[in-house]
Design a protein around this ligand. Structure first.
Ligand code: ZN
Length: 172
């Protein structure tokens, strides 16, 4: 297993729409293992493959308190939304230091495939519903800053870009 680098906003790769997974092979399983290790190492509750630079529709998630309930969704799709909304203050491993209050459906039905390609459906509410919608956004090139006003978004983009540049200069 290996911890992979997490891309940070405004990296343009985070804007890519990810491709469906068709081969449920060793490459995919290696990617899932690496994503899982990367998520746990970063103390995140969810990670989409594009956040480690791989434009494939793969999500790993663990919202349990004991960090022992890994969930993997391949080619996930929200097939039904319920009308009620919840607001959570969301963070994102790709937008460090930023929280955004986002309104999302309180309950959704997800269709996805497991690591062997077997399709399943599941109903999600509360944090799981929020987390899945957040990660599916990543697969469609969307980031939490998109829910903020353009003024705020600009400010965050400039700040994170500056931090990235100074990190690169130090590394050089
Ligand atoms: Zn995120």
């Amino acid at each position: 297993m290996a911890i992979r680098d997490i891309l940070t906003y405004p990296d343009p790769r985070l804007r890519k729409s990810s491709e469906p997974v068709r081969e449920f092979d060793d490459d995919l399983h290696q990617l899932i293992r690496d994503m899982t290790e990367t998520m746990y190492a970063a103390s995140g509750i969810g990670l989409a493959a594009i956040q480690v630079g791989v434009a494939r529709r793969v999500i790993v998630m663990d919202i349990s308190r004991d960090r022992n309930d890994l969930q993997v969704f391949i080619n996930p799709e929200v097939i039904d939304f319920e009308e009620g909304q919840v607001e959570f203050e969301e963070g994102c491993l790709s937008v460090p230091g930023v929280n955004a209050t986002v309104a999302r459906s309180a309950r959704v039905i997800i269709k996805a495939q497991d690591v062997s390609g077997i399709p399943f459906e599941r109903e999600a509410d509360e944090l799981l519903a929020v987390c899945i919608q957040h990660e599916v956004d990543h697969l469609n090139g969307k980031v939490i800053v998109d829910y903020l006003s353009s003024v705020k978004r600009d400010r965050i983009r400039k700040k994170l870009k500056k931090e990235l540049l100074s990190m690169e200069n130090q590394a050089a």
